[in-house]
Ligand binder design. Structure first.
Ligand code: AMP
Length: 481
């Protein structure tokens, strides 16, 4: 969970990256950084906090250059501290280089051990630094060739931007798990995790960086190569369900249109008689609209979100997260009192949000609450960059529908089925267009675990690597019926 943005050949490169990062803020709120080059040197600034807190006009002015890359970070691997903030900037035998990464390297600890045993000294605990070390030991002549050498050893997901004195490189892993799009702003090239950043700066969306593509942009123009074995893409379905902004085009589809289609399918599969449909804002809104339109029920804003707090889930500490739901959402009692409500959320992870929301609505006098989820039960951890590292945190991995319903305190609870989710995606993208990683719902991981490691072993490495977070078993206190 990170956002990356880059621009090549623009007088105000850092300014535009700064704006782009604002648009990508939802992808990570822990830290942010920008690295810029004028072709002779590289300058960078990184700090903990939101984009609006990290930069001032003075700082941006010092980030001189005509090409720049930036990053907003939410750590899914490595500790939460400044040394892990990106872009990582290094000087090595071939000059300077900055890297911004969105994704997760599954064999990071194995590669790191190997590199350290040969003398590499790491400055951070971030996965992404491994790519730099692998590039540094490559004997190849060009940056792109060194990058290919490095990526051949990497097992995992990546959308990457690399900036050198004369080149901006953009690449996605062969499965295309994380998104990355290319755009143009007059004579400049722009690359971003999501198109909403292009809208902000007035850039034209051109296309996705293809899975497995390495795109090199220099003063001579752009060159694309596909050095890896072609595999069937596996775009992350969770980008549509929760993560990406609804005004973005991701993997060729509008996030908003997909969310509405998920809501339509949900209504077809699980509708129950009620007075109104209420979304959990913001990420439940698209699905709730699709649902309400399908069953011709009023769509009401029975819950209001305070936009001046971050995403609750994004707070690393469990205790803060519990408090966070109240900080973020407040019911409109006048709208829900005495009513039979269908509450729609995009997903249930720990069920913290749903449980609190249901209590709030009941306290307001809602007559019936029917909780509907526009995705299937999240039963498996993500190792590709979404923050759900272990099964013990996922309520649906150890509890059935009846138990979850009881825990949440809702009158009824239904999820969208995996088939319904696939139908929704194909309704928007066309038949046979379902090319998604849905391992969080199915346990079918597209990338083989390193050297025959089991799910348990990968999971234990993943949970050890998220070092700073105190992850308590989520479901303490629920009585198994
Ligand atoms: P929970 O309260 O743990 O069930 O989390 C569910 C809520 O968090 C939903 O309202 C989602 O919008 C949101 N959410 C789901 N998955 C994630 C994720 N991986 N990271 C951050 N927020 C999430």
């Amino acid at each position: 969970m990170c956002g990356i943005f880059g621009i090549f050949n623009h007088k105000y490169a850092s300014n535009l990256v700064y704006l782009g990062l604002h648009a990508l803020q939802h992808r990570g709120q822990e830290s942010s950084g920008i690295a810029a080059t004028d072709g002779t040197k590289i300058v960078s600034h990184k700090a903990m906090g939101l984009v609006s807190e990290v930069y001032t006009g003075e700082i941006i002015k010092k980030l001189i250059g005509t090409s720049a890359i930036g990053h907003v970070r939410y750590s899914t691997a490595g500790t939460t501290n400044l040394s892990n903030a990106q872009p990582l900037v290094v000087e090595y035998a071939h000059g300077f280089l900055a890297i911004a990464h969105n994704g997760n390297i599954i064999n990071a600890s194995i590669l790191r051990q190997k590199l350290e045993s040969k003398g590499s000294i790491f400055q951070s605990t971030s996965d992404s630094e491994i790519i730099i070390h692998l590039m540094a030991i490559s004997k190849k002549k060009s940056t792109v060739e060194r990058l290919i050498d490095a990526l051949k050893r990497v097992n995992g997901s990546y959308a990457l931007l690399i900036l050198t004195s004369s080149e901006l490189i953009a690449t996605r892993d062969p499965y295309g798990i994380r998104p990355l799009v290319l755009g143009r702003l007059k004579d400049s090239y722009v690359v971003s995790s999501e198109t909403c950043a292009f809208d902000l700066i007035g850039a034209q969306y051109e296309r996705e960086i293809e899975p497995g593509e390495i795109l090199s942009i220099t003063a001579e123009g752009e060159v694309s190569i596909y050095p890896f074995k072609k595999v069937e893409p596996r775009n992350c379905i969770f980008e549509y369900i929760y993560f990406a902004r609804p005004d973005s085009i991701v993997f060729g589809r509008s996030v908003y249109v997909v969310r509405k289609a998920l809501g339509t399918e949900l209504a077809k599969e699980t509708h129950v008689d009620a007075d109104m449909v209420v979304p959990i804002p913001d990420s439940g809104i698209g699905a709730a609209l699709g649902y309400a339109q399908e069953v011709k029920l009023p769509f009401e804003l029975g819950l209001i979100r305070n936009h001046y707090v971050g995403r609750t889930f994004i707070e690393p500490e469990e205790r803060i997260r519990h408090f966070g739901v109240k900080l973020k959402l407040n019911p409109v009692c006048e709208a829900v009192k005495g009513k039979r409500i269908i509450v729609i959320d995009d997903s249930i992870v720990r069920a913290t949000t749903g449980r609190k929301v249901i209590k709030m609505l009941r306290d307001c006098g809602a007559k019936e609450i029917h909780f509907r989820v526009s995705s299937p039960p999240v039963t498996h951890p993500c190792f590709y960059g979404i923050d759900t590292p272990t099964r013990k945190e996922l309520i649906a991995s150890s509890h059935d529908l009846k138990e979850i319903r009881k825990y949440m305190g809702t009158d009824t609870l239904e999820y969208l089925s995996v088939e319904g989710m696939r139908r929704a995606l194909m309704r928007v993208g066309g038949s046979n267009s379902y090319v998604f990683c849905d391992a969080c719902f199915t346990g079918k991981y597209p990338i083989k675990f390193p050297s025959q490691m089991t799910l348990e072993e990968v999971e234990s490495i993943a949970s050890r690597r998220v070092l700073s977070r105190k992850k308590e078993p989520l479901i303490i206190g629920i009585k198994r019926s």
